[in-house]
Design a protein around this ligand. Structure first.
Ligand SMILES: C[S@@+](CC[C@H](N)C(=O)[O-])C[C@H]1O[C@@H](n2cnc3c(N)ncnc32)[C@H](O)[C@@H]1O
Length: 284
């Protein structure tokens, strides 16, 4: 990512969610309240103009996304499934006793903001690169702060997660915790993904879970973005947010064992792949 610039990919995911709200039938998949909250956050943070957000809510924009879906087949709707998957993981984790939620590389995601008022006894933490986190904090302040939501502006490439969390007096290293790494791991340069999982294990209590999305590895050893992988990887690279990590789904279990987590495919849900991304859950 270009240093200190707000993330373009985070803005694109959020706009995609806003447009999915205008697609018939998606209300059955998208978490309640996500479309309006995301639209409000994009405007309140200053990340996107009110006119552009309004335009994104139109059926015409649905048509535009669908016309370009060939590049990453199924990815337009996949973002909606991704949001539903992460929210389900957080709700299930809280139901099983989690008292902390940590969203890594949160972008303009509204899960913590929406759920913090519903689960007032749970502490919600978010971490993102300062370029994005500062804008988001401005938006959240305008939309209404939550007493139990803490936004941390940190570059996890520069500062270790354990150092970020151990200096935070509200973080409880013994608590059962839900960690979300949605659309993040592919942007980390190896061995940063391994390190991140290890540090998540070191900073959480028994019964914790980590829910994440990842891209598979193609025959050429590169992240596999589907039929137009070369073009997609090039666009991401020139946009300053290249994909750097991927893994074959069949190697995920072994990878997780090595980084102190246990693969829990039974917790993923009905489908482990939407668009070009796989969904994963691991427990401690
Ligand atoms: C594709 S966006 C996904 C945003 C959000 N998780 C979602 O799905 O809506 C990737 C996010 O990861 C964040 N990110 C990437 N590298 C990071 C790093 N080294 N430290 C902190 N955040 C990072 C970016 O700023 C961006 O917000």
């Amino acid at each position: 990512m270009y240093k200190d610039q707000p993330s373009n990919t985070a803005r694109k995911v959020a706009l995609n969610i806003v447009t999915l709200g205008a697609k018939p039938g998606m209300d059955r998949i998208l978490p309640a309240g996500i479309v309006n909250a995301t639209a409000d956050l994009l405007v309140a943070s200053g990340a996107v103009s009110a006119t552009a957000v309004q335009w994104s809510r139109s059926r015409r924009m649905v048509w535009v996304y669908e016309a370009f879906d060939w590049m990453m087949k199924g990815q337009f709707e996949a973002f909606g499934h991704r949001k539903a998957f992460c929210e389900r993981q957080v709700r299930e984790g809280i139901r099983s006793g989690a008292s902390q939620v940590l969203v890594l590389g949160a972008g303009y995601d509204t899960l913590s903001w929406r759920l913090a008022s519903e689960f007032t006894e749970v502490n919600f933490f978010e971490i993102d690169h300062p370029g994005t986190a500062v804008l988001k904090a401005k938006g959240i302040e305008r939309m209404g702060d939550r007493e139990n939501l803490y936004l941390l502006a940190e570059d996890l490439g520069q500062r270790k997660l354990v150092d970020v969390l151990k200096t935070n007096r509200l973080w409880d290293t013994t608590a059962s915790t839900v960690i979300i790494a949605e659309g993040l791991l592919m942007y980390l340069s190896p061995p940063a993904p391994q390190e991140l999982f290890r540090q998540c294990a070191a900073m959480t209590g028994v019964g914790s879970r980590i829910a994440f999305t990842y891209v598979g590895t193609g025959a050429d050893g590169q992240p596999d973005a589907g039929d137009w992988t070369g073009l997609v990887l090039w666009i991401l690279k020139v946009g300053g947010e290249p994909w750097l990590w991927s893994i074959l789904p069949e190697q995920l279990g072994g990878f997780l064992e090595e980084v102190q987590w246990t693969n829990a495919p039974d917790l993923v849900g009905s489908s482990a792949k939407h668009g070009i991304e796989y969904f994963g859950v691991a427990i401690k």
